[in-house]
Design a protein around this ligand. Structure first.
Ligand SMILES: [Fe+2]
Ligand SMILES: [Fe+2]
Length: 244
């Protein structure tokens, strides 16, 4: 793990081959229990940043991206799961410093909110793939899982990494970058503390099954530690814990 900003503690850790977790911890004095905001940088011929972090963290995330890529202008894609400030708050800041960068999002996000982006986003259909070079990402629609109509995820097939956003969100600011311990307990504690942050709708089980069917070996969690191991089992376990 490399600390890229000693003041904030922002750090970078390669969680699977060529996929870097950029993490900024927020101490318990600011968010009860502590919290982390993670973005994932996929390094390839066409580098992709999944999630931008909130606008206030843009200098920190840009610094970390530059640490890995050498030049932020190399960014080709900026993707996000759903529209909230931590997912896409500094989307336009990245578009400004990376002139070739294109926003990747769901068709619903493009339909409802393309106006937020300074350049037209590229809307991905469920199952649509984008080549980054050696890596390949597939968009997976996941409406309301765990929240927002436009929600969806990316799966990188060469490393079997599921960029799973807010699924498995868990608190704490002093966590390992990557864990092999199950995350259902920590995630359950977080959603019980904020019960309305997780929407249970008619197809929640089918969506979790669809994500589990990718058989991920790394779960790139947005808040908390990333997970390495049986991602299928963990997603099915989450469905059971949610009672769906
Ligand atoms: Fe969210
Ligand atoms: Fe989030």
């Amino acid at each position: 793990m490399t600390v890229t900003n000693s003041q904030s503690g922002t750090n970078v850790h390669e969680v699977s081959s060529g996929i870097y977790r950029i993490s900024t911890p927020v101490p318990p004095s600011l968010i009860p229990g502590g919290f982390t905001f993670n973005q994932y940088l996929l390094v390839d011929e066409a580098p992709l940043l999944f999630h931008t972090g909130p606008r206030s963290m843009f200098p920190l995330v840009r610094e970390a991206v530059a640490h890995v890529l050498g030049d932020v202008a190399r960014l080709r894609y900026v993707g996000f799961s759903h529209i909230e400030s931590d997912e896409c708050g500094s989307m336009n800041d990245f578009l400004a410093v990376a002139p070739r960068a294109e926003v990747l999002c769901s068709r619903v996000a493009a339909m409802t909110s393309a106006d937020l982006a300074d350049r037209p986003p590229r809307a991905l259909a469920d199952g649509e793939e984008v080549s980054l070079g050696k890596k390949r990402v597939r968009w997976l629609d996941a409406t309301h899982l765990p929240h927002n109509w436009e929600c969806g995820y990316l799966f990188e097939s060469s490393t079997r990494t599921l960029l799973c956003g807010d699924i498995f969100t868990h608190g704490g600011s002093d966590l390992p970058a990557l864990t092999e311990s199950e995350l259902i307990g920590p995630a359950e504690a977080t959603w019980k503390a904020m019960p309305d942050s997780v929407a249970i709708v008619g197809n929640t089980r089918q969506l979790l099954d669809k994500l589990a069917a990718t058989e991920p070996t790394t779960l790139a969690v947005m808040h908390g530690s990333a997970f390495r191991g049986d991602g299928h089992g963990l997603l099915c376990g989450l469905a059971a814990a949610l009672g769906v």
